[in-house]
Design a binder for this molecule. Structure first.
Ligand code: NAP
Length: 485
């Protein structure tokens, strides 16, 4: 069995403990996962110190030079895309086409931030005093801890690393254990791209063993994406000692289907939002609020589309939906579905492991639809990282828009309508970071800034130019250029 390494100072290194943890079989049950280093605070300390030492020289380069390094990572990522996609497909059960899509998107994010070198300037300000020139400039925050979840190991790391590095920060990256192999392969691509040693360091290992010492270490900011429970813990630990944190957390994203919607287009967008990557996206569509008057027609079209969704092995390019990340995830989904049915929901599709696949080995689950769900049911309020879609009925558009916000989350929300007034009423009222009109809740473009509201995040936005705000500090300079004699 292969053993993964940490990457510190531009080289792959064994954990200080000299111990590796076995992880068992791949989500589809066809292969063995590589063992993860059992790293601890000694590895974290070494990585943070290395990143700190590299930061001064990295920040001394111009933003344009740093941008060239981001372009080099993008080039390397494309060169390594074949092997990286295969690793992600095996380790995460991500359908091979979606794995390639994630990598291409990550390369474009790197190129996008490289292009923003031109935007790294500050402002010129008028002074009340004669002969005084005032301006602001952006300075890097320093060394940033980057903690990522397992579902988009390359893209979510890049969404943080690209603006952080462009701004002159160095980083210590702690990827999710379930995505350790994909993350390690990407870290090796970064080294191969020629990035100066120590600018990006990666420590693999558990949340408690590596994540906690990292957030408690001598770092200047924490950028976290993951679950609400862990994100909220990190935020309170860091704010107690004055360390800036940005958290991007879970969602329970809604699609509102109005009476005037193009129902075929709505069904297509909702199926893609709910079931691509088996619903394991923070932006996945997990709730539909449909107007009573079109509910029967909507459900008929949805059921017809569900028949065409092939569940299968992720390496097969004809597979629409692969396995879930683990058997535990399948068991949790099945138990939530069972509970929903027990309290009155009606199972319209799925809710079981597929007969045609070996579910004793692979973590397969049929895409599931539940109707007759009410807004207060647990299945309609709690995030379930699984291919489970619930349908809630609304009497009219006003009620539908009100029901859309009936969770503690505020990540993304979609509405399907051909009426501009209704679309804007939704834009006005939806308490979320991103609104999609006649588009899926998932698949937000990288130039759009997104920050989860309420339980879905805090501390700023990611993506777009606005992401640079977290990774920089503003300095004001007032300069008298002529002395008064
Ligand atoms: P998770 O369990 O919260 O883990 C996220 C990361 O935090 C992992 O690297 C994990 O390490 C680490 N971690 C765990 N405990 C920690 C601690 N005490 N201190 C520091 N770090 C710790 O989330 P996940 O299961 O990987 O990902 C799924 C969640 O991410 C879902 O809730 C999803 O909605 C959310 N997500 C949000 C976005 C967004 O942009 N809003 C995007 C994608 C995913 P280990 O893996 O080693 O435990």
């Amino acid at each position: 069995m292969s053993e993964l390494q940490n990457v510190i100072g531009g080289v792959a290194v064994a954990p200080a403990s000299g111990i590796w943890v076995e992880r068992g079989i791949t989500p589809d049950g066809t292969g063995e996962l590589a063992a993860v280093p059992e790293s601890d605070e000694r590895d974290v300390r070494a990585a943070v110190q290395t990143a700190r030492e590299a930061q001064t020289a990295w920040a001394a380069r111009s933003a344009f030079e740093r941008a060239d390094f981001l372009r080099a990572i993008a080039r390397q990522l494309r060169e390594d895309a074949g092997s990286l996609a295969s690793i992600m497909c095996a380790e995460l059960g991500k359908p091979i086409g979606e794995a390639h899509g994630e990598l291409e998107n990550a390369a474009r994010v790197l190129e996008y931030y490289a292009g923003l070198a031109h935007e790294m300037g500050g402002a010129h300000l008028p002074s009340r005093q004669a002969d005084v020139h005032m301006f602001t400039r952006r300075e890097p925050r320093g060394t940033i801890a980057i903690i990522t979840p397992w579902n988009f190991p390359v893209n979510l790391a890049v969404v943080k690393l690209a603006p952080a590095l462009l701004a002159g920060n160095t980083a210590v990256w702690k990827p999710a254990s379930q995505a350790a192999q994909s993350s390690y392969a990407f870290a090796l691509s970064i080294i191969k791209s020629g990035l100066p040693a120590g600018v990006v360091n990666m420590v693999l290992g558990g949340g408690a063993e590596v994540g906690t010492p990292l957030t408690d270490s001598d770092i200047d900011g924490v950028s976290f994406t993951g679950s609400c429970t862990v994100g909220q813990q990190i935020e309170s630990r860091c704010s107690a000692r004055g360390v800036r944190t940005i958290t991007e957390l879970g969602g329970k994203n809604v699609a509102v289907v109005c009476a005037d919607a193009d129902l075929d287009a709505a069904v297509e967008a909702i199926v893609n939002g709910a079931f691509r990557f088996a619903g394991q996206k923070c932006t996945a569509t997990s709730r539909v609020v449909v107007l009573e008057s079109v509910q029967a027609e909507f459900i008929a079209l949805l059921m017809k589309r569900m028949h065409g969704l092939t569940v299968g092995y992720p390496a097969d390019p004809t597979t629409f939906m692969g396995p879930l990340i683990s058997q535990d995830a399948v068991a949790e989904a099945l138990s939530s579905i069972e509970e929903a049915v027990a309290v009155g929901a009606e199972l319209l599709a799925g809710g079981r492991r597929p007969d045609a696949l070996d579910s004793t080995q692979g973590a397969f689950l049929e895409p599931t639809v539940l109707a007759g769900v009410t807004a207060g049911m647990r299945i309609a309020t709690e995030e379930l990282f699984a291919p489970v879609l619930v349908i809630i009925t609304a009497r009219d558009t006003e009620e539908a828009i009100a029901l859309a916000d009936r969770t503690d989350f505020g990540l993304t929300a979609a509405i399907f309508t051909n009426d501009l007034g209704t679309a804007f009423a939704f834009v006005d009222q939806a308490d979320v970071g991103a609104v999609q009109v006649n588009l899926p809740t998932a698949g937000l473009e990288y130039q759009a800034p997104v920050g989860g509201r309420r339980g879905s995040g805090s501390g700023g936005v990611e993506q777009g130019i606005a992401a640079l705000d977290f990774y920089t500090r503003t300095k004001s300079v007032s300069m008298r250029y002529r002395t008064i004699s």
